[in-house]
Design a protein around this ligand. Structure first.
Ligand code: 5GP
Ligand code: MN
Length: 327
C-alpha cells in the first residue's frame, strides 16, 4: 500500500512531536466528521504521550461530535487563543485561512499539515498531503501505522473510522477505494464501533431535522433539463422547525441522488446577506473551480463558497456557472 510514500514525513512529524511539549491541533471552520476525527485521533495519541494538548476548529461544531472520545480536549476560541503551544498540527485544511489563522505557515511557527485537498498550499514544516486519499483520517491512519504502531486504542479507532465513513458518505462516494475499505476493516479489528458510529452519525435524525428536510426538499428546483439541481435552507425554515444550520448537514446529497443530475447546489442563509453554498458534482465536472472563482474551494466533486448577497442572486450566480460548465 502507499503508506510508505510519506515515510520520511512521518518520521519528521514524530521527531517534531517528540521535541515539543504542548501542541495545538486545529482544523477547518465548521469542522466535519473527517476533520474532527483526525483532530481527536491525533490529540488522543499526544495525550497518551504525555503532551499538553488542545483541539480547536472555528465555526459551529455539531453537538454529536462532543460525545466522541477526545472531545474533552476541544477548547473554545478564547482558550485556544491563549493556549501557549510550541507546535501546531492542522488537519483537513488546505490553507491557514481555513483555520482562521490559528495555524500559521512554517516561516512563523512549527506546523505540521495533514490534508487531502488538491488545493493544499503546503504551508507546513512537514506536509502530509495526498489528494488521492479518501479522507484526512486515511492519512492519519498511515501515520499511526508507520510511526506509532500499537498506539491505536479503541477510542482512536472510533475517531478514524468516523472520518473515513463520513468523507465517503457511508462508503458511497466516488472516493471510496480499496485503501479506505482496508483501513476501515483494520479499524473495526482494533475495536471501532462500526454499527454505532454509522447509526449515530449517518442514519439517525431528530424529528425536527426531518421536518426541515421536508421543507428543503420542497425547495428543490431543476435546471438545464434536469442536469442541475438547487435547494435552499432559509432562516425562516430553521425558525419554523426549531433547527440550526448544522442540522442541514448532508442535505445537499439528496439533490445528488436525483437521476440524471450532474451538478447540485445547496444555498444556506447563514446571516442576512450571507449565503453559504455547497456544491456537488456527480461526474467529471470540477465544482472546486467554480467555488474558487468566488473565494471558496474544495474537491472536484465537493466544494463550497460563501457569497455576500441574497438567496435569489446567489442562485442566479451559481446556476449561470453551472450553465457554463454543462455547455
Ligand atoms: P461542504 O459543502 O460540505 O461544506 O464542503 C464540501 C467540501 O468543500 C469540503 O471538502 C470543504 O472542506 C470544502 N469547502 C467548503 N467550503 C469551502 C471554502 O469556503 N473554502 C475552501 N477552500 N474549501 C471549502
Ligand atoms: Mn476531509
Amino acid at each position: 500500500m502507499s503508506g510508505e510514500r510519506f515515510e520520511r514525513e512521518f518520521s519528521e512529524m514524530m521527531a517534531l512531536i517528540e521535541r515539543h511539549g504542548s501542541v495545538l491541533v486545529t482544523g477547518h471552520i465548521d469542522p466535519d466528521g473527517d476533520c474532527i476525527g483526525s483532530m481527536f485521533a491525533i490529540a488522543l495519541m499526544l495525550e497518551a504521550m504525555g503532551k499538553k494538548v488542545m483541539c480547536y476548529a472555528p465555526g459551529e461544531i455539531s453537538e454529536l461530535f462532543l460525545k466522541l472520545p477526545g472531545a474533552s480536549m476541544l477548547a473554545g476560541r478564547d482558550d485556544a487563543s491563549e493556549f501557549k503551544h510550541d507546535l501546531v498540527i492542522t488537519v483537513d485544511s488546505p490553507n491557514t485561512e481555513r483555520t482562521e489563522h490559528f495555524a500559521r505557515p512554517c516561516e512563523d511557527e512549527d506546523v505540521i499539515n495533514i490534508d487531502h485537498h488538491p488545493t493544499n498550499e503546503m504551508f507546513g514544516c512537514v506536509n502530509v498531503v495526498d489528494s488521492d486519499a479518501a479522507a484526512t483520517t486515511v492519512l492519519v491512519y498511515r501515520f499511526f501505522r508507520s510511526a506509532a504502531p500499537g498506539m491505536i486504542t479503541t477510542d482512536i479507532a472510533d475517531c478514524l473510522y468516523l472520518g473515513i465513513l463520513m468523507d465517503t458518505g457511508g462508503f458511497r462516494f466516488q472516493n471510496v477505494d480499496s485503501e479506505a475499505l482496508l483501513i476501515a476493516s483494520e479499524l473495526i479489528g482494533l475495536g471501532a464501533r462500526a454499527y454505532e458510529i454509522a447509526h449515530e452519525y449517518i442514519y439517525v435524525k431528530k424529528y425536527s431535522t426531518l421536518k426541515l428536510l421536508g421543507l428543503v426538499l420542497d425547495s428543490l428546483r431543476l435546471h438545464f433539463d434536469g442536469r442541475a439541481a438547487t435547494m435552499e435552507v432559509t432562516a425562516g425554515m430553521l425558525e419554523k422547525t426549531g433547527t440550526t444550520l448544522k442540522d442541514s448537514e448532508g442535505f445537499v446529497d439528496y439533490g445528488a441522488a436525483l437521476d440524471d443530475v450532474e451538478l447540485v447546489a445547496l444555498f444556506r442563509e447563514t446571516a442576512p446577506g450571507e449565503i453559504r453554498v455547497s456544491l456537488r458534482s456527480r461526474n467529471h465536472h470540477d465544482v472546486s473551480a467554480l467555488a474558487e472563482r468566488f473565494g471558496g474551494g474544495g474537491h472536484v466533486r465537493a466544494a463550497g463558497l460563501t457569497l455576500e448577497t441574497d438567496l435569489a442572486s446567489a442562485r442566479e450566480t451559481i446556476v449561470r456557472g453551472f450553465g457554463e460548465m454543462l455547455g
